[in-house]
Design a protein around this ligand. Structure first.
Ligand SMILES: [Zn+2]
Length: 121
């Protein structure tokens, strides 16, 4: 039987309920921050080593893009006027898509279309 080889991100396997995630799984999700932003309607553009775009905070009328994605793997983001800085899980909570860390992990996985091994956590 032939197997489909078109798996987009085979390095990420959601291996356990959020409270018991492996740190490698969380790190793999952190590196998907630019994809998470794109899925949330923010498409940051490259500016030097950073990616810069409009702030996704609806209460911040960001006409001069001040939201930045940085870090060695583009795994950290922040908005100076909003005084926010954090990883993809902090971003999920900051934007109100999750109120706890496990909820944020579930939100990020769902937005990125990553399914859980063995079904929903
Ligand atoms: Zn902002």
């Amino acid at each position: 039987m032939k197997r489909c080889r078109k798996i987009r991100h085979p390095e990420i396997v959601m291996d356990a309920p959020p409270a018991r995630f492996q740190s490698e799984t969380l790190d793999a999700l952190r590196r998907r921050l630019p994809d998470y932003l794109a899925a949330r309607g923010v498409e940051p553009r490259r500016m030097g080593a950073r990616l810069v775009g409009r702030c996704p905070n609806p209460s911040h009328e960001d006409s001069n893009p001040s939201f930045a994605v940085f870090g060695a793997n583009h795994e950290i983001c922040g908005c100076y006027p909003c005084d926010f800085r954090g990883d993809v899980f902090a971003l999920s909570q900051w934007l109100g898509h999750a109120s706890t860390f496990p909820e944020a992990v579930a939100d990020v996985a769902a937005v990125l279309g990553i399914s859980w091994e063995g079904g929903r956590p």
